[in-house]
Design a protein around this ligand. Structure first.
Ligand code: PLP
Length: 356
């Protein structure tokens, strides 16, 4: 008997077939797309979902009582629930729509950052994306806090012994990437979360490169925040998620002021709306949210383990072939890594000159 939600074993050709972008030819050859770490292509269901929204459902949410508005609101909130289920968040109130990972981290830095005081410390790592560096630098400047950085070894792994020494009772926040976008390293976030909590520090996990590769269970991980972008998980650009534990989100001040984040407004005093709307000021990216829900539904039906095996095989093959080329050096050789292949070509400027 087939279980209702059993996954179909991974089949690379069947998978390719649902991505229209992969059906075209570029430079006279069938398109091979390797830049998924920067943004993924979109399956037909997501493209259909965008078209369907703008052709049949378009209207503003949370305010209209008419048919379209009710339908769009239901779909948008349904997407929030799909995302909650996928991450196993305790409540859909903990799923905040943002415009992406960058916006999510800036939200945390601005709002949670308001709770910090001079002398507090924040720890990030040397392998962070700029989006997980600059917001903390800006916060540290604003609040006179100290930013500390976990170094990495030559394989591209975090030096966990140094991390343990950087942690202290002054540490209020640790923000690290689950998987490095340049090295592919899978960080030991369970350990990072446990050690940080021993010092009462909150933990932000940048999941931009992990949500599509690893089954993420935020309750099991016990992270305080987990953020990711829609466009890297087969969804549209301009939408992303900030997961945060409810009690922490309730303690944080609102981020931006405007419509939807308010309950009552007078010129004397405004009361703020409850979660999740408290952090969602203004008309959101409605089609983006709905279609991210579609993308997550698509993702949840994939055979993640089968994909992992296929990707590891491809990455190994690429590495072996690259190492056959003189002057190529691989970057990021961590024991635990995903299918990211980074390399440096020695004297690559000379190679380019020779080509011309
Ligand atoms: C892509 C990426 C980001 C930034 O995501 P945006 O979609 O540009 O906001 C942050 N962190 C990591 C690890 C990434 O891969």
């Amino acid at each position: 008997m087939i279980k209702e939600n059993s996954v179909i074993p991974f089949d690379v050709n069947a998978c390719r077939a649902v991505f229209p972008a992969l059906q075209q030819e570029v430079y006279g050859k069938k398109l091979i797309y390797f830049d998924n770490g920067a943004t993924s292509q979109k399956p037909q269901v997501v493209i259909d979902s965008i078209e369907n929204y703008y052709s049949k459902e378009n209207s503003n949410i949370h305010r209209g009582v008419h048919h379209l508005s009710q339908m769009a609101t239901d779909k948008y909130e349904g997407a929030r629930q799909s995302i909650q289920k996928y991450m196993n968040a305790y409540s859909s109130d903990e799923i905040i729509f943002t415009s992406g990972t960058t916006a999510a981290i800036n939200l945390i830095a601005s709002s949670f950052g308001e709770l910090l005081i001079e002398g507090d410390e924040i720890i990030i790592s040397a392998m962070e994306h700029h989006s997980n560096i600059v917001p903390w630098q800006m916060l540290c400047e604003r609040k006179k806090c100290l930013l500390k950085v976990i170094p990495i070894n030559e394989k591209g792994e975090l030096k966990m012994d140094v991390f343990e020494k950087l942690l202290s009772d002054k540490t209020k926040l640790v923000s690290v990437t689950h998987i490095s976008n340049t090295l592919g390293t899978i960080n030991p976030i369970e350990k990072i979360i446990r050690l940080s909590h021993e010092h009462n520090a909150k933990v932000v996990i940048d999941g931009a490169q992990s949500i599509q590769h690893i089954a993420v269970d935020v309750q099991n991980l016990d992270c305080d925040f987990y953020v990711f972008s829609g466009h890297k998980v087969f969804g549209p650009t301009g939408v992303g998620i900030m997961y945060g534990k409810k009690d922490i989100l309730n303690a944080m001040p609102p981020y931006q002021g405007g419509g939807d984040m308010i309950k009552t407004v007078t010129f004397e005093k405004t009361t703020y709306n409850e979660l999740p709307h408290k952090f969602e000021a203004g008309t959101p990216n409605i089609s983006g949210g709905i279609c991210l829900g579609t993308a997550i539904e698509y993702l949840s039906k994939l055979d993640i383990v089968g994909i992992q095996k296929h990707e590891n095989h491809l990455a190994k093959y690429a590495e072996i072939q690259l190492l056959n080329i003189e002057g190529v050096r691989l970057i990021g050789t961590a024991k635990d890594k995903t299918s990211v292949v980074s390399f440096i070509v020695k004297n690559y400027i000379h190679l380019i000159l020779e080509l011309y």
